[in-house]
Write a protein that binds this ligand. Structure first.
Ligand code: OXD
Ligand code: MN
Length: 593
């Protein structure tokens, strides 16, 4: 098949990689429906995909990864910057030359007998001033079909690229899925990603975490914009005005659920609506009017399946009903559909579990779906997708929200005093590990801006970049910065806030604060709502004014303890800690003394 471009930098890079991995055949992905159909058919014929019930789930497929290849591998993910310091203390680092040599040795000849697929893709609407282009080479049809959902793929992307050399190189080689030789390497200075020995989404859909966060965060630093691990949502009030919020949360804090939130009944009656722009990544830059604007660079949702149901997230569930690839969920053989834990209370008896073994969901102790099983679903399917989703100039951001899972300490919501204090609030983000993950439960892991596994350079430089962005914004134009915690527990271990759709009550207060419509108490840690200003109408029996007050309190002793933890965390960065943040920490310590 002939090349879809005459771009010399593209063609010579592909020639080099062909020489290295030696494919039998090269196929350029043009994004056409015929080609997608053909690839689906090939994947079904080899067992890579299983075609699901086309009446119930049109154009939906099931895939199983290797049992040893089911999640992102942070321990095997490297930032290959020129020096260890450039990668910083929170990233694994490898010398670029050593990394290339090692990776090329692993990749050499690995496409023999296989096809090389060349995927030209755009992160962001094709041609948008925010968008960036990548080319991924892969020997996996599963990767091609996922990239077709998650990004904008095809010839139009190459037409926009023209002769430019400004594109991200991505080489993915399945090899033998050997865990010991699995590496996910980013070379930010070279706009390059190499991923070997994995077939799992987060490691191999190179447009997502590898490019749109790790490489893009570095590009943003150099070019004056930001790539963040944030959802973007719009809240429409009864007057029809829509205000946009970006929010960063570590995994397992309900980001996709918040992005597709269904307003509580009392809000629905008044005419409130919530629109989803994105559930995972935001690219943010200043617009001509001096405000910050955000786009979602992705084109689909790569969501965790277990726990997604008609109640927790009906919008996500609806999104998966067409054109979706399910990975590592259970296969219901009675009607050729899929099932996962938490979908409903009716697991199939005649099924195949995620590893491919027969499974009776009614009697088995084993799980049917892997806890990190996923759906890859087109954004256009989402019933609450924002009409601004394709806007090439993004949406204006009123508020930035940080959050984590903390049983104690962090109040339901507080507002930073100003931008720099907000950067401090983001930098001290932390979340407690849950029973779902390996290791001790309830251990606090610092995860600044939810970027711990995704920042492509030294986190201290990243914080300074946040501070520098703030310097370019007029105070009345800068988004206000908040912190939320949906996960406060009482002494018996019960959650004290209902979460899910009711989180809109907190977002409502946040928007009111942005518009100067509501007062707040200035406390040691920032501005806290007066409890009466959080609307708890309709929550009778669930949340009392008293309990709301108690999750809005600042407990000084706990903050003194936390300040020690922050100090230890900051110490890792030595004298690279931005002076602004060192001062904010000193202020916090003094305030909570
Ligand atoms: C994701 C993650 O898959 O953050 O989005 O791990
Ligand atoms: Mn994520």
């Amino acid at each position: 098949m002939s090349a879809l471009t005459t771009n010399k930098s593209v063609l010579s890079w592909i020639d080099e990689k062909v020489e290295l991995v030696k494919p039998d055949k090269i196929v350029w992905i043009d994004g056409s429906q015929e080609q997608i159909e053909e690839l689906r058919a090939t994947a079904c014929s080899t067992g890579e995909l299983i075609k699901l019930n086309q009446d119930l789930l049109p154009n939906c497929y099931l895939h199983r990864t290797a049992v040893n290849d089911v999640a992102r591998v942070e321990g095997r993910t490297f930032i290959c910057a020129p020096t260890k310091e450039a990668a910083g203390p929170t990233n694994n680092w490898m010398d670029p030359q050593e990394a290339y040599t090692m990776l090329y040795d692993i990749a050499r000849d690995s496409y023999k007998g296989r096809t090389m697929y060349v995927i030209p893709y755009s992160m962001g609407p094709v041609g948008s001033p925010f968008a960036k282009i990548g080319i991924e080479l892969t020997d996996s049809i599963y990767v091609v079909l996922n990239m077709v959902i998650m990004t904008r793929v095809g010839k139009a992307v190459l037409d926009v690229l023209g002769d430019s050399n400004d594109w991200v190189r991505g080489l993915h080689c399945r090899c033998s899925i050997d865990e010991e030789k699995r590496y996910i390497c980013q070379f930010p200075q070279d706009n390059t990603i190499i991923s070997v020995n994995s077939g799992y989404g987060g490691n191999v859909l190179l447009g997502k975490k590898c490019f749109a966060l790790r490489i893009a965060s570095y590009q943003g630093w150099k070019e004056g914009w930001q790539a963040e691990h944030m959802l973007i949502l719009g809240i429409q009030n009864p007057k029809g005005e829509v205000k946009y919020i970006c929010a960063a949360f570590p995994s397992a804090c309900g980001k996709t659920n918040l992005a597709m939130l269904i307003p509580p009944e009392s809000y629905q009656k008044k005419g409130y609506k919530v629109w989803c722009v994105g559930d995972d990544i935001a690219w943010i830059r200043k617009g001509a009017d001096g405000r910050l604007y955000a786009i979602n660079p992705e084109n689909g949702f790569f969501g965790v399946a277990p726990g997604t149901n008609e109640k927790s997230n009906p919008n996500a569930l609806a999104t998966t009903k067409e054109g979706t690839i399910f990975t590592n969920v259970a296969h219901n053989l009675d009607n050729n559909t899929v099932w996962w834990e938490g979908l409903d209370k009716n697991p199939p008896a005649n099924a195949v579990e995620w590893k491919g073994n027969p499974w009776n969901g009614q009697t088995s102790e084993e799980k049917g779906a892997h806890p990190n099983s996923r759906f890859t679903a087109p954004a256009v399917n989402c019933p609450c997708l924002s009409s601004e989703f394709e806007n090439p100039n993004g949406v204006p951001i009123s508020a930035i929200v940080f959050g984590g899972r903390r049983a104690k300490l962090a109040p339901l919501v507080y507002q930073s005093r100003d931008w720099n204090h907000g950067v401090f609030v983001g930098s001290i983000m932390a979340s407690e590990t849950t029973a779902a993950a390996a290791g001790a439960v309830g251990v606090v892991r610092r995860d600044p801006m939810a970027m711990l596994p995704f920042c492509g350079y030294n986190m201290a430089d990243y914080w300074q970049h946040w501070i520098d962005i703030g310097k370019t914004l007029d105070a009345d134009k800068a988004p206000k910065i908040f912190n939320v915690n949906w996960f406060r527990k009482d002494d018996e271990g019960n959650f004290m806030w209902p979460g899910f759709g009711d989180n809109l009550r907190v977002l409502d207060w946040i928007i009111d604060r942005c518009e100067g419509k509501v007062g707040a108490k200035e406390t040691e840690i920032g501005f806290i709502p007066n409890a009466e200003d959080i609307n708890i109408e309709g929550l009778e029996g669930e949340v009392s004014l008293e309990s709301l007050k108690s999750i809005l309190e600042v407990e000084k002793e706990l903050w003194q303890e936390d300040a020690k933890g922050i100090e230890e965390f900051y110490a890792k960065f030595g004298d690279k800690i931005p002076p602004v943040l060192a001062e904010e920490l000193a202020t916090l310590k003094k305030n909570v003394q």
